[in-house]
Write a new protein. Sequence first.
Length: 222
Amino acid sequence: MTRPTVVEEPHVELVEQTGAGSGGPAAPTGGDGGPGDRSQPRAVPRRAYLTGLTLALAAIFMFFMGLTSAFIVRRGLGNDWVRVNLPPVLWLNTAVLLASSVVLERARQYLARAESRRFQSWWRMGTVLGMLFLAGQLVAWRQLVAQGIYLATNPAASFFYVLTAAHGLHLFGGLVAVVVIALRCWDRSRFGQALAVDLAALYWHFLDGLWIFLFLLLKMGQ
């Protein structure tokens, strides 16, 4: 009887591919979306800046509402509230501030239409009007001082100086932002010019409306 022939199959060794001779699995190559992706950080969305500004404006509003409450309560206490004749220049200052808000909004519209030259002209005009408003507030203070009315003269005078100074300080911060936008070179900036203009204009309009409220409050306190 012939013996059956046994064919031995070659021994095949399966080797898992490992990374760079290490015993673990291969590391990611850093493609899109992988853990090794070292691309540039994602830009902050526009709504995040708007939310931050909204919270800041809410804080400013609450601050002035606190001053308003103190004004109303103090006016009703005692007989030491002496009427303060508001300087006439405040009417001119109010008109200048309203004009600055209109001019800045017009400039923002020109930027949206990519008319950069007109934007620059109107934006700088609004900047000048903002400076004139602050200068006019200083003139109002000087007119009160000329009448012998100082911060500690009486409660009405104290509130006038505190309210106008607090508003002027916040407006000065907005004016700094407006000036920076006018002078900054935006070609290499990662922060968009349109977004900066929108935020500055929104802040400015808020302070414009706030001043109208404070002016009426001071008129009521006469």
